[in-house]
Design a protein around this ligand. Sequence first.
Ligand code: HEM
Length: 514
Amino acid sequence: PSFGSMLVNGLTKLGMPSEIVESFSRLINLGDNYPKIPEAKGAISAIRSEAFFIPLYELFLTYGGIFRLTFGPKSFLIVSDPNIAKRILKDNSKAYSKGILAEILEFVMGTGLIPADGEVWRVRRRVIVPALHLKYVAAMIGLFGEATDRLCKKLDAAAYNGEDVEMESLFSRLTLDIIGKAVFNYDFDSLTKDNGIVEAVYTVLREAEDRSVSPIPTWEIPIWKDISPRQKKVNEALKLINTTLDDLIAICKRMVDEEDVQFNEEYMNESDPSILHFLLAGGDDVSSKQLRDDLMTMLIAGHETTAAVLTWTFYLLSKEPSAMSKLQNEVDAVLGDRFPTMEDMKKLKYTTRVINESLRLYPQPPVLIRRSLEDDVLDKYPIKRGEDFFISVWNLHRSPTHWEDADKFNPERWPLDGPNPNETNQNFSYLPFGAGPRKCVGDMFASFEAIVAVAMLVRRFNFQMALGAPPVKMTTGATIHTTEGLNMTVTRRMQPPIVPTLDTKKLENMESSN
Ligand code: HEM
């Protein structure tokens, strides 16, 4: 036995309280029995301008599935190993909180579902998950189609005029329009016009992203936080969003009060299927700050993520014309010129694989953040409470140990007739929507939203990188953005529309109903 363990045994025999012996034993024993977590040397600088998860990939190849990274007074444990990710996110998830993420997002999300921990999170998760039931998601497919159709009209005009388009900002507007209607029945109409509220949402979003990559929290500095023009603008934007939310909640409450419907699991108001309507009908209090926090959380969670997925999907497709034509063939055959329906979601198999693969190569967000609330052991390493973790989904998704040709866009890597890849069937090497109790509540919503948008857009147009466009580089806030936009040339597809194969039963039904 080591000197440490002899000493601990001795102290226990002498009747020293077990907690003290335990902490003492940790102090002296760790070096004896446990290996030390590898420590990455070298500064990670310029985090603001460079996508910070890129240098983390090189460090992962050098130091392995868990290593410590220190810059200034801060130290993080970077996790790129699927088993460790599984322990933190699922098997021992109760021992971890959202840590710095909750601190950064407090100003906009309060204790909304993403930053919330403990009892607040448990209670709200139970209230919110049922709101996204199957019938709701099915109703949303119509909304995805209508919004994408508005984008198609915009692209039609650009194609006709021979103007290049910056797709990243258009995708951001598309998903903002969708999430506004879906969460609180509000029409931002940002694809058509700019207004104060749209600008306010972007001001707040940029601030959240800047704070998440800022090494110094200038927004906490007393006095400065009240007089800096930038913080003033942020506060004004928040005020406008909150007033708008208050109005929407009041309008919705009036509708709910006039209704004569029993609230149940599959409750949905056909004229306003929004999540807000479900929550108020289910008994949420109109004056609650928690309700506002959750609505803001879903607005942000559902907006930039899906926009980023669409941006990188079109970037990848522009580099891989064979995947694009396969995709277009599928959409021509399944949809023709119809709007997609719930049933099509199962049939658009290759489209789904394209999204799966885009989410593998460009996970949104590229890292998950946690803090240990208790001591734990990860792999062979003891971990103290209070450690901050970055689980690099980017590294998991591109790990050369787990993926063949990890950097290649290859939707064919999962067979079309096989199950959709997820964290379970990919053994935690694939976590596009997180995992465990904190997994995304909008995963099905978002997947169908992306499928509808991609299908309708590629059905109507060909997309190419614009001539002379700057090379597409990554930068990051909460999601992965391009540095200078995704500039594309859009052209109408010229071939005559292919009539989709109709199943005869449907045809008979249609005829008999006429
Ligand atoms: C959580 C990804 C769309 C609402 C998460 C997490 C991920 C994720 C990775 C886990 C975060 C963590 O563990 O720290 C995505 C992606 C989306 C998307 C890639 C689009 C493609 C949406 C949409 C909504 C939504 C549309 C709302 C309608 C949420 C919420 C949580 C969450 C509320 C927190 C759940 C909890 O902590 O209990 N999302 N999301 N997401 N997402 Fe999504």
